[in-house]
Design a binder for this molecule. Sequence first.
Ligand SMILES: C[S@@+](CC[C@H](N)C(=O)[O-])C[C@H]1O[C@@H](n2cnc3c(N)ncnc32)[C@H](O)[C@@H]1O
Length: 394
Amino acid sequence: MSHLPAPDPDALAHSERLRALIQEQIFAHGGAIPFSRFMELCLYAPGLGYYSAGATKFGDSGDFVTAPELGPLFAACIADSVAPVLRELGPQADFIELGGGSGAFAEVALKKLLALDALPARYAILEPSADLRERQRERLREHLNPLLFDLVEWLDTPPQQAWNGVLFANEVIDALPTPRFAIRDGEVFEEHVALDGEGRFQRVDRPADALLAAAVRHVERQLEAPFAEGYRSELLPQLPYWLQAVIGGLQNGALLFIDYGYARGEYYQPQRSDGTLRAFRRHQLVADVYAHPGLQDLTASVDFTALAEAGTHAGFDFAGYCTQASFLIGNGLQQNLAAAEAKAHDEAARYKLRQEAKRLTLPGEMGERFQVMGFAREIEFAHAFVAGDLSWRL
Ligand SMILES: C[S@@+](CC[C@H](N)C(=O)[O-])C[C@H]1O[C@@H](n2cnc3c(N)ncnc32)[C@H](O)[C@@H]1O
């Protein structure tokens, strides 16, 4: 929480521009905007938001390290897990990646799918950030041979026409702007962001609309206990609509989501009474989610029970739910590590690969905090969930 260097003057000026934009929106909306709108502006305001503007974000010099940034093992295992699906669907199958980050995942996945003789007809990236798109394009142009690079395209919207294939998203749902709810006098309120007398952001609660209130009551019914007075957390009532939208016209194929989160009973534990919302800058947790808008990542954990409901409501069969460690180990981690070590030039490179395998799988690292959920339609995908079934928790 401490020892964070102050942002440099350019970064501060950038953040002040975003702050002014958010202040304008608050005025324009009668003095308060829902927290989800605040988060959306902080992350995605064109040219200013955290993901829309040109800060480093990913990797050791950025704000967080995602699994594909650690090295090649994560993407190689995911490619192993979906290769049978792509092969069964045949040469017209597509692979769609949501939120491609730095392009690290696509680079390794495409090379591995080629090696597995399971290349998709096209590898499409649905990326809302223009800045990240550009970075992905540069990286993939530089690191892929032209045959593979030609398979890559960027989508502005989810594919509306019928398609078959695989939809994959790592750490995307945690970045969706989330509403926050609070229980006051037994009623459901929605957290908003207003301005105090000095123009600083401040939290205010307003009565929740029908959609959010119904979603909170649905969770209470499922947990068989009302939330306590003052309880506050996140909930994405629009997750089923979001999922339907990103799937687009997918007919036959598989969906694969990886993120940090919990099954519902753990997510909404009574002691987690201020939710899972977190702000990060330079690998450090920042206590103030209002600090330096645009310069820090805002993220909330995923309710995997809600994801299971959304996937099945969208007409897919549930294929499995397990920890990231179980999934990677069940989909060739050992073999991918051995193959990468065999190709490594020196002991330092081999050491780095072994460290990567540990960070991906150890319980205190990403192994258990990150979880994997899959769905399928008209295709077999349960083969990918061979170990460590957690579906009983949902
Ligand atoms: C935490 S980053 C993860 C990036 C990458 N998947 C990785 O693992 O390194 C979140 C990504 O999701 C993207 N994103 C946010 N909302 C999205 C949406 N509605 N559809 C697709 N991508 C989205 C962001 O722009 C960003 O690329």
